[in-house]
Design a protein around this ligand. Structure first.
Ligand SMILES: Cc1cc2nc3c(=O)[nH]c(=O)nc-3n(C[C@H](O)[C@H](O)[C@H](O)COP(=O)(O)O)c2cc1C
Length: 294
């Protein structure tokens, strides 16, 4: 009989300054990650092994397993998030929402693929995936109704709302208030989208500017009553600097990483960029196997 067991133990995720602690004390199970992995072997008579327990508790969020869907297409709407829960994912981070979805214009096509093999052979395995997709363009009210419905139907599953707002204290406060009313378990703050409307100080424009980040994290953590994770951009010389600022400003955790700024390439037959939107392209966010080494 084989058995493997790591008893739950508190792991100090980080050192907290006193300001962060006071923010945290208002939230559940803060500052500790409890990790338990128990795998049982067959019984005395070779009976089937008990199912392994992969459950984890992070910042008080109890998940059946540590596999969490990142913010993006699989968190776009009720149907896909429900599917993720039904398939057994430990938690879902919904597609990023903001107060006014009407300002978000998503273009088509907005994806491009990088394939392994000679000259990016069309048959090669996909090793890189690029996108110029913005945050959710669905009305906030609809996204909120769907969060509420999911939490009613899956009360013991973890649903995390990803949020992004313009440089406005009242805007962030309103968004946090409305999102929290749906019953979501935690907030992930999108300080990381590379094409996240930087002209309005959204997304990576905040995550790349430590002074701005500190101010905005201060507003968010003064308002939020659930755990807050700050999602970081890799498009910065030293990612540990904004990560430390976010933690010192009261965020419970860091989510790493959003996509890597790059240009996918030029189609040598048409001499057009990929993806090509009416002849133009912009810098894209790269993800998938190709950049997991980073
Ligand atoms: C099409 C697409 C849309 C995405 N949209 C969001 C988003 O709305 N908010 C966000 O925080 N991250 C978004 N991401 C980033 C992912 O959550 C993730 O951080 C990124 O893909 C890197 O992880 P991966 O290499 O495991 O895919 C998106 C990624 C893709 C490919």
């Amino acid at each position: 009989m084989a058995s493997l067991s790591f008893a739950p133990q508190p792991l100090t995720c980080r050192n907290l300054d006193s300001r962060a602690r006071s923010v945290q004390s208002r939230r559940r199970g803060v500052g500790f990650c409890n990790f338990k992995l128990v795998a049982g072997g067959g019984g005395e008579n070779g009976s089937a092994a008990a199912e392994p327990d992969l459950s984890v508790t992070v910042n008080g969020l109890k998940m059946p397993n540590p596999f969490v869907i990142g913010s993006g297409p699989p968190g776009t709407n009720y149907t896909v998030m429900k599917r993720a829960f039904d398939e057994g994912w430990g938690a879902v981070i919904a597609k990023t929402v903001s107060l006014d979805a009407a300002k978000v214009i998503n273009v088509t096509p907005r994806y491009a693929k990088l394939r392994a093999g000679a000259n990016g052979s069309a048959k090669g395995q996909i090793i890189g995936w690029e996108n110029i997709e913005l945050i959710s363009d669905r009305p906030l009210e609809i996204m909120l109704q769907e969060f509420k419905q999911l939490k009613e139907e899956y009360p013991d599953r973890i649903l995390i709302a990803s949020i992004m707002e313009e440089y406005s204290k009242s805007g962030w406060e309103e968004l946090i208030d409305r999102v929290e009313q749906t019953g979501i378990d935690a907030l992930e703050i999108n300080f990381s989208c590379p094409h996240g409307m930087p002209e309005r100080k959204m997304g990576a424009a905040v995550g790349q500017d430590c002074a701005l980040l500190e101010e905005v994290c201060g507003w968010i953590n003064a308002k939020a009553t659930v755990p807050v994770w700050a999602k970081m951009t890799p498009n910065i010389t030293d990612i540990t600097q904004p990560a430390r600022v976010a933690l010192k400003s009261g965020c419970e955790g860091i989510a790493a990483i959003n996509t890597i700024m790059s240009v996918m390439g030029i189609n040598l037959k048409t001499l057009r960029p990929e993806p090509c939107v009416e002849g133009y392209v912009t810098l894209l966010g790269l993800c998938a196997d190709f950049c997991h080494v980073i």
